[in-house]
Design a protein around this ligand. Structure first.
Ligand SMILES: Nc1ncnc2c1ncn2[C@@H]1O[C@H](COP(=O)(O)OP(=O)(O)OP(=O)(O)O)[C@@H](O)[C@H]1O
Length: 230
């Protein structure tokens, strides 16, 4: 579906992605994991096709004809508009005709209960759920989530995880960035570990217990990050 071969990405001569090779297949659910500044957000943007490499090859399977779903760290919402207005606006903008999908998503994310509220009246967690809904309204085949669960309480997190898992079970591909082990345990099938712009490891979540033991011995911030994985 997506292929990266020996990708180099620099910003003003600073190496940000340093020789990344990786592949994303349909139905994957991948978490990009690593310390602050490792290059996760940059790699996510590259996978989503939002930035281009300085060197190396990026290939996107043309079978993925629909625009990707990219949920940025920042909320992309209008303070004065209600939840309902957001859904109608983005429905129209993306030419989404499938009312049932929007209804199912609104139910799953408990948005119907708050549809008359304006964004400025929403809690942080509610706003995150709406941000997710508008980013997914066109039913993308592949979803990129950059820290989409920050400040979300357990109930809202439950709703978001259930919905994303359902989409993933239907074959939708997910690539996400999170430092939240709860989210990783419930959503990720594979972990890509990044450090200093390099891909240092890729492994299946089933191997996490052994990997966590290995990482406790490494001399880098990764040892602390894996130490708290339970
Ligand atoms: N527009 C930019 N200009 C200059 N440097 C940048 C720019 N964007 C990112 N960087 C640098 O690239 C490196 C990787 O940044 P990136 O945001 O991809 O890392 P990250 O792993 O997502 O970090 P975090 O977990 O803190 O969000 C960092 O050192 C950052 O300072």
């Amino acid at each position: 579906m997506l292929q990266l071969n020996n990708i180099i990405y620099k910003n003003k001569n600073k190496m940000i992605l340093n020789g990344i090779s990786a592949e994303v297949k349909q139905g994957d659910s991948i978490c990009l994991f690593g310390p602050n500044g490792a290059g996760k957000s940059t790699l996510l943007k590259m996978l989503a096709g939002l930035i281009e490499p300085d060197q190396g090859v990026y290939k996107q399977d043309k079978l993925t004809s629909k625009p990707v779903g990219y949920i940025p760290q920042q909320l992309a919402l209008f303070p004065n508009m209600t939840v309902k207005d957001h859904l109608s606006f983005y429905k129209k903008m993306t030419k989404q005709k499938d009312r049932e999908f929007i209804e199912a998503m609104s139910n799953a994310l408990s948005l119907n209960e708050i549809k008359k509220k304006k964004v400025e009246e929403l809690s942080g967690g509610m706003a995150r759920k709406l941000n997710l809904a508008v980013g997914l309204i066109h039913e993308p085949d592949i979803i990129f989530l950059d820290e989409a669960f920050v400040g979300v309480d357990l109930a809202a997190k439950h709703d978001m995880l259930q919905w994303l898992r359902l989409l993933n079970e239907d074959g939708v591909t997910i690539v996400l960035i999170t430092h939240d082990w709860h989210v990783i345990h419930h959503l990720a099938k594979t972990l890509w570990v990044l450090e200093d712009g390099r891909m240092v490891d890729q492994f299946s979540i089933e191997n996490l217990p052994q990997k966590a033991e290995e990482y406790k011995l490494v001399d880098s911030p990764l040892n602390k990050m894996f130490a708290v994985q339970n």
